[in-house]
Write a protein that binds this ligand. Structure first.
Ligand SMILES: [Zn+2]
Length: 228
């Protein structure tokens, strides 16, 4: 059986996304701390200074995120943004993207709490998976023949298929107990813990990890009666 080649887990802790043409990396608002595409996608709704913000306001934002996540080549992201941005199909795709994101949050929060995932989540994932049908195409190679899976090009919803595939991978093959929510106060980011001793607690050391360390240091020094 031919399968999509899919590499689900990024090896690095808090690894940065490979590229971004619309914005420089420093200016990109997106966070890639999840180690799994589906978790990075739901992390497009972080809490900043106590307020939940949505980083996907338009179809163009979605194209930018897909590019920043390495799921669209820069040229393809720009083409998609020009073709569907501002169109009814683009708006529909954004609505579907948010429905998928809400389902993925429900999935991840239940997994992080050690609970089973609801059927509605599975249905939502399946709807996005169905947006990118594929067929086996027979090709000649040096040793004979090979059947290669070719996606059938449809509308822009298929751009979300890799996110849904990532969630499908997590539920089929992943270690679901490694889905964790950041312990930071008010932080809503989730990640897949790939540290060796499975002890990751924070979305990143620059953010919640660093704040927790500073707070612990402050408590210690105050307890000792040290100045400052
Ligand atoms: Zn955090």
């Amino acid at each position: 059986m031919v399968r999509f080649r899919f590499s689900p887990v990024k090896g690095t802790f808090g690894g940065k996304a490979p590229r971004d043409i619309f914005l420089t990396m420093a200016a990109s608002p997106f966070l890639f701390v999840g180690n799994l595409l589906c978790l990075d996608f739901l992390n497009t709704e972080p809490v900043r200074e106590g307020v939940r913000v949505d980083l996907l306001v338009s179809f163009e934002d979605l194209a930018r995120w897909l590019e920043a996540a390495g799921q669209l080549q820069p040229g393809a992201a720009r083409t998609a943004a020009m073709r569907w941005g501002g169109s009814a199909e683009g708006r529909k795709t954004l609505r579907e993207a948010k429905r998928l994101r809400a389902a993925l949050r429900a999935m991840a929060e239940r997994l992080a709490a050690g609970k089973p995932v609801g059927d509605d989540v599975v249905r939502t994932i399946n709807r996005v998976l169905a947006s990118r049908p594929a067929y086996a195409r027979l090709v000649r190679n040096s040793t004979g023949y090979a059947a290669r899976l070719e996606p059938v090009t449809r509308g822009p919803l298929q751009l979300l298929a890799p996110v849904a595939e990532s969630a499908a991978w997590l539920l089929e093959h992943g270690e679901v107990s490694l889905v964790r929510q950041c312990e930071g106060n008010q932080c809503v980011l989730l990640f897949y813990d790939t540290t060796r001793n499975k002890s990751r607690r924070w979305c990143s050391m620059e953010e919640c990890g660093g704040r927790a360390k500073a707070a612990a240091y402050y408590r210690r020094t105050r307890a000792r009666g040290a100045p400052g």
